[in-house]
Design a protein around this ligand. Sequence first.
Ligand code: DGY
Length: 321
Amino acid sequence: MKPKVYITRKLPEPIINKISNAFEVRMWGEEDTPVPYHILEEEMEDIDGLLCLLTENVDEPLIKKAKNLKIIANMAVGYNNIDVNSATNQGIMVTNTPGVLTETTADLTFALLMATARRLVEASADLRNGDWNTWSPMQLTGQDIYGSTLGIIGLGRIGEALVKRAKGFDMDVLYYNRSKKVEQENGLGITYTSLENLLQVSDYVCVMVPYTAETENLIDSEQLALMKKNAILINTARGGIVNETALYNALKNREIWGAGLDVFETEPVSLDHPLLTLPNVVALPHIGSASIATRMKMADLAVSNLTAGLQNEKPKNLVND
Ligand code: DGY
């Protein structure tokens, strides 16, 4: 009997074709919406492999339903949507898709930084609304990027890729990380500092840590209060790392100048979310890795990890080794 695989969203045919001979593949493919929890609960009972997205909350009750499950392959580098401890306790492998999305996500992070600093979304909306009446000395003026100071919280792969973009803009780059990375400091020309100092001196603060119990609300009112009045916060990691109420207050009261957010505590963010009422927020729908080539590579890597796990090989990107 072929191992049974469930895929939680319709993936491109060439990707599915790679596994359709070896496995019995079922897929939630009716619409581009997340699979309902109760359906996933039923599917879990007899599957050997699960390929899921960050939209699926693979929690302990769901994992406990699984009787034959060997592997959960997440199509994302972040895996905070999966209860890895429960999976490990049940002997289930968990994999993610690091590496293939690094440059694309760094591109988007820098694009968001630029769009927020130079008010691109607001400017474009003004033009389309007929508000471009004349050239005006201080109209839509923003913050300079070239020559400014960038503080990166979390120097992982994407953080490092971001440094390369920042260096092209002659930015002074500081970073805060769990551990000091001497090799990267020398190679990239960046400086390690405390989180407090980074927040105090940076013109741009980019949040690039994974979302874990330790990083939840890492940026709260206390941290925001340390930032400069002209500073901009960029978050392309996970919403829960920044306390959204504290961020709203800091932006509303002009304690910081702006924020660029690709991620939210609850996604999709509700249209009546207070942060969306602020003109100094550029908001995107979690598109950090959204280039055609990168999404194909992520799907491909998730499928390779799944295949390896089901064929008794060690998957390349095992997170619970
Ligand atoms: C990830 O992979 O974790 C991103 O948030 C989506 O690409």
